[in-house]
Design a protein around this ligand. Structure first.
Ligand code: SF4
Length: 467
């Protein structure tokens, strides 16, 4: 079994000069990603760093010299999925001293060295804020033939690693990392660290480069994306200012952002969303519960009334806006009355979509030690009731679009079925039949589609003849 290397800052000479790193020319890598968009984009950035060193991606772990499993730990189920996948991958990984198996992401950060005990074949662990250290960390593993706990390395600066994105029309751009809020159930502040914003000029430059490569829509990512500029060096820009500046980029059709926090909402943001044709009318604003008692216990920092006031302003000012949310059921001490208030809130706000989950206690969070969590059976039954309501609302909302004309940004062309696939400004997926496939729309085009069919999960339509 390999020893664990606790050296911090390896890859730097005693005089502080970075040591030259060996090239990864000819090496192959495979990345498996679990979790949210932040993780998807972190994987793109790790792929970018590896490609810059000469490594190339492969689609099977058995063909890779370097395997990265980028984990999520938001719920216990996420941990179990990653561990089960690691069990499969360790069976097929290449033999030999050149082969490296690394666990990255939030579970790696939270579990630390425990990962080496749970999966003894793992050579390297690193957390989300250690991505920029990936290459020197890999170098240390190969050079010293030791396991390395990269979560102990000093955090690198905020320079953005290059991302290797799949070719396409839409791209993620991280603008803010970490979180300074203290929701009682959430592991993110301890896995992704304190909140910090990227300089606006770097974001602007990255967006311009993406447009020059053919991307037409960007999604700005941050744990509390609308709090951009509150912490760190944003070059003095606020979030609404950043959106305004990005809207001026020629060739960029659409800008989205996620996830927003109710306490970071502002009138100025609503004004930008209402007035800019490029900022899409879709707001993901997690409410989590409809009970003020539970919101307080969750330490969310707002009441249902504050949330209601923002919803009212958003709906009043942003034409055709779609509002989606996150909901947790079965939090510590949640009673049937608390849950009834959540159902009432969902009825009232009539969300356009919701991600809903059963509360999953996470180690190292305040709520982990709290008692009085509803039984699994009770939580499952509440979740089912909630999801039925959300689905009914989504079906009714989509049904209203039948017969209407909507604009979609074409993301793919399905030649076999003569279908253009894209999304509405409100983020609904549309599959649109094209009557004259000899001149199909190109990915990246904005086209008008008449909606002919609707279901809970998506829309079908026909490209409008005058499109
Ligand atoms: S705002 Fe709350 S739920 Fe969201 S990442 Fe921060 S602590 Fe977690």
């Amino acid at each position: 079994m390999k020893e664990t290397n606790h050296i911090t800052g390896s890859g730097v000479s005693l005089s502080g000069t970075p040591l030259p790193l060996p090239s990864l020319d000819g090496k192959t890598f495979y990345i498996k990603t679990f979790g949210c968009q932040m993780n998807v984009h972190d994987s793109e950035r790790m792929a970018g760093l590896l490609s810059e060193e000469g490594a190339r991606p492969v689609s099977e772990p058995g063909e890779a010299d370097i395997i990265l499993v980028n984990t999520c730990t938001i719920r216990d189920k996420a941990d179990q999925k990653a561990l089960s996948d690691l069990g499969r991958i360790r069976q097929v990984r290449k033999d030999g001293p050149e082969s490296v198996l690394a666990v990255t992401g939030c579970m790696a950060q939270r579990e630390g060295e425990e990962i080496f005990r749970l999966v003894p074949d793992v050579d390297l662990i690193l957390g989300p804020s250690q991505i920029r250290n990936l290459i020197p960390l890999l170098d240390t593993v190969s050079r010293d033939h030791q396991r390395v706990d990269g979560t102990l390395w000093p955090p690198p600066d905020m320079t953005t690693p290059p991302a290797l994105r799949p070719p396409g029309i839409t791209a993620f751009v991280t603008i803010q990392e970490g979180c300074d809020k203290s929701c009682a159930y959430c592991v993110v502040p301890s896995t992704r660290g304190a909140e910090r914003s990227r300089p606006a000029r770097d974001i602007f430059q990255e967006a311009e480069e993406l447009v020059s490569l053919g991307y037409r829509e960007i999604t700005l990512l941050g744990q509390n994306v609308n709090g951009y500029g509150h912490k760190g060096d944003s070059s003095g820009a606020s979030f609404p200012e950043l959106l305004r500046r990005l809207s001026e980029i020629s060739g960029l059709h659409r800008i989205r952002f996620t996830t927003s926090h109710p306490n970071d909402m502002s009138d100025e943001l609503i004004e930008v969303m209402a007035s800019s044709a490029k900022v899409m009318p879709h707001l993901h604003l997690p409410v989590q519960s409809g009970s003020d008692r539970i919101l307080e216990k969750m330490q969310r920092g707002y009441t249902l009334e504050t949330y209601r006031q923002w919803v009212t302003k958003v709906r009043k000012n942003i034409s055709g806006v779609s509002l989606t949310t996150d909901l947790i059921v079965g939090f510590c001490t949640e009673t049937e009355e608390d849950f009834r208030q959540t159902m009432e809130a969902v009825e009232e706000f009539c969300f356009d979509g919701a991600f809903s989950f059963i509360y999953s206690p996470r180690p190292s969070t305040p709520a982990h030690a709290w008692a009085d969590t509803p039984s699994r059976e009770v939580a499952v039954e509440r979740l089912e009731r909630l999801q039925k309501l959300v689905e009914k609302q989504a079906e009714a909302r989509n049904g209203k679009l039948v017969g209407q004309e909507v604009e979609i940004l074409v993301e793919k062309w399905d030649e076999e079925n003569s279908m253009a696939i894209g999304r509405t400004p409100q983020f609904q997926t549309v599959r649109a039949h094209v009557d004259a496939p000899s001149s199909p729309p190109f990915p990246g085009d904005l086209v008008q589609v008449r909606i002919t069919q609707a279901s809970r999960t998506g829309l079908r339509g026909r490209l409008s003849p005058n499109a």
